[in-house]
Design a protein. Structure first.
Length: 191
């Protein structure tokens, strides 16, 4: 399939997602592994208003490598609520909503891992997530020969490619959720 067609489909998909009045979610975590957890969470509405922005106290320490990336230290989360305590607020906001996430697979995995670390009972996420990273890969159109698909772009790269200035520091939940929101709007407004 020609990239012009794939890009056009990505634009139409972005418009459709926006028509669902989604929320935009981002997390910062203690790392990338199977035992890592959420340490910051933000949910932004379609109009850019902040619905939730909070530190989340993980059950494990935040390693220096993660702190180097997002700047969150153990001291920052020491008095924060744990995932189980933040979960009811998240449920109220996210229930039944379309949720756009840049790298949805990763963030939703972190929801389950954070819940497991707090010994929460098994649950299904009460929302449908949409991956803005996959959509942007099709929109941008850089082919990855090794994967035989369009190459994922980091959120930082995607923002720069679309001339979007972050509202805050990259690798902070609120700024990244808002950047994903603005990136989806940029795709929807493209010709």
């Amino acid at each position: 399939m020609k990239h012009d067609t794939v890009r056009s489909q990505a634009i139409q998909t972005a418009r459709h997602w926006l028509s669902m009045n989604p929320v935009f979610l981002d997390t910062e975590t203690t790392g990338l592994g199977e035992k890592d957890e959420i340490c910051e969470l933000a949910i932004i509405d379609t109009d850019g208003s902040v619905l939730l922005e909070t530190y989340v106290k993980p059950t494990i320490s935040i390693p220096a490598s993660a702190t180097h990336l997002h700047g969150i230290k153990d001291a920052d989360v020491a008095n924060a609520l744990g995932f189980a305590e933040v979960w009811p607020t998240q449920l109220m906001i996210l229930h039944g909503r379309a949720v756009v996430i840049y790298n949805a697979e990763y963030d939703t995995r972190m929801f389950y891992q954070s819940a497991a670390a707090r010994c929460m009972p098994a649950f299904d996420l009460p929302f449908r997530s949409y991956c803005a990273m996959d959509l942007y890969a099709k929109f941008y159109g850089e082919w990855n020969e090794r994967r035989l698909s369009y190459a994922w772009q980091s959120l930082t790269k995607a923002a720069l490619q679309c001339r979007i200035d972050p509202c805050g520091k990259f690798h902070r939940a609120r700024a990244d959720a808002d950047t994903a929101r603005r990136l989806l709007m940029c795709m929807a407004e493209a010709q």
